[in-house]
Design a binder for this molecule. Structure first.
Ligand SMILES: Cc1ncc(COP(=O)(O)O)c(C=O)c1O
Length: 364
């Protein structure tokens, strides 16, 4: 079992192993430090003040977040250096909120269009602290971000709007591909596109101080050079996707959903009281089932409803008894965390703490 579950646990609930969590945090901090990268972990994966504090104490420079509301919440609990790694489009409400943040903390924001940069420039004009921006570059995941050669145009618009253009960033989502070379390829794409984009800014006379990339799958594959900041998120807990693509081992899994067997309709099948409202429903096509079962590694969650997970076992494998506790490692940890009020911290089969998911649902 990854995290031995205390008897009598009220399920479903999310359970954290603090020792594995701390090891994941310190290994990432040490690896970044020894290779000369600044670490700015993505806090959307945990949304939790206690975990942010551990990351910062281990040496993280600040945090990355996905939304203004995540930034507001982490600022409220004392994090004073935040990067909204997202090309925020400012409506009237967001304009006001972003302006308040700019007055309160060291703030960095992603931009990927001239129009977005102009809105941002207007919003933060005259703020107590200058707002830095990083131009987002598409390194191959084809989500947001401009092609590297277009970074100059966006950077110039941002500078003209009065913003401090500090550099470039990318998210190499294609590193989650299923073939063994996907991670290596994505890491090289990241380095190449970020370098080109940084050069495009330098050609305009912009002093590029930050070249930021990273995802949990590509993070260990970087060669020190142009890139100088990492933003992995999932590594704090890891999940069934990371296990499938080989970025972590079973011993690195720091979070499980604890569930109870509520039905054993056949010897090769059992049902857990955990569904998409706890586990989320993310599932890459190459991940088998809706989660990994450390106690039943040959089992597959073949069906997921809102409150049920149906597990199939191969012939001859003995399943759990009705009423027993079963741990499920979610496919993608960021969604279950966002669905939970709290994380139970369990050591030696005892609940030693409860951490509120401080930024739960902070998605605006
Ligand atoms: C912009 C950005 N940076 C960093 C990350 C963290 O990467 P990972 O989830 O692989 O840890 C993400 C994840 O989606 C992201 O969107």
């Amino acid at each position: 079992m990854v995290i031995p579950l205390p008897d009598g646990l009220a399920t479903p609930t999310l359970v954290v192993d603090p020792d594995v969590l701390d090891r994941n945090i310190s290994q990432m901090a040490e690896a970044s430090r020894s290779q000369g990268f600044a670490l700015r972990p993505h806090a959307k994966s945990h949304k939790c003040a206690q975990i942010a504090d551990r990351q910062l104490r281990a040496g993280a420079r600040g945090l990355s977040v996905a939304t203004i509301s995540e930034a507001e919440i982490f600022a409220r609990v004392g994090v004073d250096d935040l990067f909204i790694a997202y090309p925020v489009w400012l409506d009237a409400d967001k304009t006001q909120r972003l302006r308040r943040l700019a007055d309160d903390v060291v703030l960095r924001v992603g931009v990927e269009s001239a129009e977005g940069a102009q809105r941002l420039g207007k919003a933060v004009r005259g703020s107590a602290r200058p707002v830095e921006v990083l131009v987002e570059v598409d390194s191959g995941s084809h989500r947001t971000g401009v092609r590297p050669h277009a970074a100059g145009e966006v950077g110039k618009a941002a500078a003209d709007a009065g913003l401090d253009v500090a550099g470039v960033f990318t998210f190499p989502g294609h590193g989650y591909g299923h073939d063994a070379q996907a991670r290596e390829r994505a890491a090289r794409d990241e380095e190449r596109t970020l370098s080109e984009a940084a050069q495009a800014l330098r050609d305009l006379g912009i002093d590029v101080r930050v070249v930021s990339g990273g995802s949990t799958p590509t993070v260990g594959r970087w060669r020190p050079g142009e890139v100088n900041e990492l933003r992995p998120g999932v590594y704090v807990f890891n999940d069934a996707t990371q296990l499938t693509i080989g970025t972590c081992g079973v011993e690195d899994l720091a979070l499980v959903a604890a569930a109870t067997v509520i039905s054993v309709p056949a010897p090769d099948r059992f049902v857990l009281d955990v569904g998409s409202k706890v586990l989320g429903s993310d599932r890459s096509p190459w991940v088998t089932g809706h989660g990994y079962l450390p106690q039943f590694p040959q089992g597959t969650i073949t069906g997921l409803w809102e409150h049920h997970a149906v597990v199939r076992l191969p012939e001859g494998v003995r399943g759990p008894r009705l009423g027993s506790l079963v741990a499920v490692v979610p496919n993608h940890i960021c969604t279950p965390v966002n669905l939970a009020d709290e994380l139970l911290v369990v050591r030696d089969c005892e609940v030693i703490d409860r951490w509120q998911v401080t930024a739960r649902g902070a998605n605006t």
